[in-house]
Write a protein that binds this ligand. Sequence first.
Ligand SMILES: [Mg+2]
Length: 234
Amino acid sequence: MIQFIFLDLDDTILDFRRTEAAAIRATLSTLLAREPEECVIARYREINLEQWRKLERGEVTREQLKTVRFERLFAEMGVGASPSMAQHLYEKNLSTGHLFIDGAPSLLQKLYGKYSLYIVSNGNLSVQRSRIASSGIARYFDGIFISEEVGANKPKKAFFDACFAQIPQFSPDRAVILGDSLTSDIQGGINAGIRTCLFVPHEREEREDIVPDFEIRRLSEFLDVLRLLNAEKE
Ligand SMILES: [Mg+2]
């Protein structure tokens, strides 16, 4: 029987893609005094993703990541804007956004009271705290684990060990993680020895070396995954 459910926040519960695009657009329009072209926003996404992968591999620190992504972007664009000012504005714009992924509020309502729910996020601490508060989802969770506070990032086993240590009567056999990232959520669940479910609403990232136990296209399908897991013999 499953009792403990770990949920990723960005692009699993909250729609980070749309919120991020709006925040980046607002930040760049302020700094450049003009509307940024779509290709500039797309390039920011690519640079940002590269930096997050480096963070997962321990090649950059969180502090470096925050400004390096803007440094790179401005260098490529040949503009002299301040990366630290960009970061400051971006965080401010991001903190107020909380669009939901389709089906997320309904999934949380259905799981609430039946399972112990936990958020596991690598996102920025102050941004995540204010997004969780403004979206009103904190009440569903028994614990909110944000890597900046935990002291390690997903997919590190140390991150999950620190979370598990705070959960009374925790047992990995009765736990599952649901998230949209193969490299942080699924690899993290594998490292931690718990069941894994990948949420793939868009294009699937091809990684043959990281294999989730389950894969869903819509959040409502997670209830079927739980039914299957709960039907397994102990
Ligand atoms: Mg995510």
